[in-house]
Ligand binder design. Sequence first.
Ligand code: FES
Ligand SMILES: [Fe+2]
Length: 459
Amino acid sequence: MTVLEKIGSPPTRLGGTALYDWDYLVQEDRAHRLIYTDPAIFEAEMTHIFGGTWTYLAHESEIPHDNDFITRRMGLRPLIIVRDGAGRIRALYNRCTHRGTTLCRWDKGNSKSFQCPYHGWNFLNTGKLRGVPWPEGYAEDMRDPKYNIAQLPRVESYRGFIFGTLNMAALPLTEHLGPIAKIIDEWLDRNPGGKVVVCEANRFRFKGNWKLAYDNSCDGYHVAYSHRSLLETENRFAGENAKGMAYYRNSPDTQPMYMRYTGHGNHFKDKRPNLEKRPGGLWALESAHPGMEHYEADFIKRYGERAFALLDLAGSEPVNINVFPNFSLLGNHIQVFEPVGVAETNAVWYGTMVVDADGTLGDAVTDINALRMRTQEGFPNFGEVDDIANFEQIQRGLMAPEDEWVYMNRGLGVPGRARNNDDGSITAPATDEAFMREHFKEWKRLMKTHPDLAIQREP
Ligand code: FES
Ligand SMILES: [Fe+2]
């Protein structure tokens, strides 16, 4: 038996009228500043979007063993993502059922139970209340399920990536991901055995709305301008062999790269067609980072002809894969957007390691992973700061109340630029804002729909 509790109506104005006219606030070619600045809209997003659709929570490799846990958030809900003693992954609310105290104050660990620091109620990692101090002081039966920790009713993984939702009407995760799952597969399957293990992260916090980051996730228009100093740094010593994102320098729409919208707010920007298809083709693009030449020479000495194929496993895969609302795979990283407030967001960049899942890498795996860590010193350090500076400056610009609109109409109405594919996806040049117009349709759909939300407790 599953104890499900339906959650009441989402936030609406008195009398059941909608909070706003969403069709007015988000139009085909423009969006109103209020969607980035209004605390009431932010609050509604925390149930309609974060909770109303599948949200990325964690990676299975972060909790590899029974009773491992990691603390995360879904929107503003503090969660404990735990693999219980039976191996089942659960997302428990990190909130004591007595008076609401945060139960677990650790980032991660291994524990069969959680004891509340306030009055000592003790819970099993299944969420069940195990005991309370001096129970004779309660007239009620403390085995009532209402005292068990709330948890997400739906937690599903796709190839190690754990997502959760409160929405009982949401499609199964794989269907929800749809065509973007194939691109995630490609990102994983370039590694022997098709696996990654998540490492620690670069953590950024910016003073801006979370959507500013998602609006940037597939944006090929800004690169040559926003990241000019990075492009110049990467290419200072490169000669003819353009490095990093150099293919953005001159008229990026004529380069062999594109963006594709795949539905449900998901999209990807594919720069892989720029690669030379040969062992070392990806590595050749990798911008300079400390120790690189030493490792390269060492790989050639030790592995001979295999060296460049192995070095490619350290290279940053030139694709950005974005799953609405909070997840991106880019280069060798997983980026997660965590709303903190209407004008405050965490942008967390998790590094990933390859694993020698099928025994083909042998000793090389350690060196590949050492090099992968160094790629962390490229874009996540020198590029992300450019983007974050822009997000903060946008938030500042949007505080001017009278100038109301931001535009996302690049490519719209230009004949022959975008293509509607048979599978329902849309392909457009890398600098088009089609991805943003499309993810805002999904945003609007979720904001308009009355979500069928529920939490669950152990019986
Ligand atoms: S608030 Fe947790 S035991 Fe009192
Ligand atoms: Fe950027």
